[in-house]
Design a protein around this ligand. Structure first.
Ligand code: GCO
Length: 263
């Protein structure tokens, strides 16, 4: 009974922004549980290398290039997948950007760009995937939130506003679609070792020391640390879980932190 509960055999999973980073790590986790991967990116080059990596790992993966903020591209890709590959059983809204700029120095256009990709994008993709899930009365949607869904930090105003909004969009989608047997939840990664955090993670960088001290686990997350939660929220094991954000953060949100000289 238990293994089947977490099995994704014969399921198809669309993960936006899955040509690298946390999206790729979660995709590999889902494939390890049996899912067929529907990979999204917006550049040919990254898609090509990503598909080669998935193939090398022995996973079945199809690539779809589209910009999550372009509704025509999203509709076309989702319709193509549904018609040519098969039903999208699982959607992970992972694609996102960050801009680290003090508010006073941030252009409104840049603020809007972050909101567009990190918040409006998940809305658009969920709308077009959701309409098929509603017809089938079954589906799993996971929105990738952040520590910034709960906490502010200097220089990331747009990202925090987007990720805070994504937390509430998750709750609203859960509210509207639970009656269609669609479970909508979020994953809030803590601080993970990815290209996105590389600029603030270098040895000796003050932020690197800060995060290691601020995180009870005393380390940055490894992208593989996300796979189990992604599989759980994509599987039958979470059929009565709705509107929840699961924080995979090494304990960061559980504590006010400790003085740097305290062990
Ligand atoms: C930053 C980091 C964070 C992490 C992640 C934390 O600049 O504070 O990039 O935003 O990427 O979102 O949950």
């Amino acid at each position: 009974m238990m293994p089947e509960l977490f099995s994704l055999q014969d399921k198809r999973a669309l993960i936006t922004g899955s040509t690298h980073g946390l999206g790729m790590a979660m995709a590999k986790g889902l494939a390890g549980a049996g899912a067929t991967l529907l990979i999204n990116g917006h550049t040919e080059e990254k898609m090509k290398s990503a598909l080669a990596e998935y193939k090398k790992a022995g996973f079945t993966a199809h690539g779809f290039l589209f910009d999550v903020t372009n509704e025509a591209e999203v509709k076309s890709a989702v319709d193509k997948i549904e018609q040519e590959v098969g039903p999208i059983d699982i959607l992970i809204n992972n694609a996102g950007i960050i801009m680290r700029t003090p508010m006073l120095d941030m252009e409104a256009a840049d603020f809007r760009k972050v909101i567009d990709i990190d918040l409006v994008g998940p809305f658009i993709v969920s709308k077009h995937v959701g309409k098929y899930m509603i017809k089938r009365k079954a589906g799993k949607i996971i929105n990738i939130c952040s520590m910034m869904s709960e906490l502010g930090r200097n220089t990331v105003s747009a990202y925090a506003a987007a990720k805070g909004g994504l937390k509430m969009l998750t709750k609203n989608m859960a509210t509207e679609w639970a009656k269609h047997n669609i479970q909508v939840n979020g994953i809030g990664p803590g601080y993970f070792a990815t290209a996105q955090t590389a600029p603030i993670r270098t040895e000796g960088h003050p932020f690197n020391e800060f995060i290691i001290n601020r995180t009870p686990a005393g380390r940055w997350g490894d992208p593989e640390d996300l796979a189990g939660t992604a599989v759980f929220l994509s599987s039958a094991a979470s059929n009565f879980v709705n509107g929840q954000i699961i924080y995979v953060d090494g304990g960061l949100l559980a504590t006010i932190g400790k003085p740097s000289n305290e062990v």
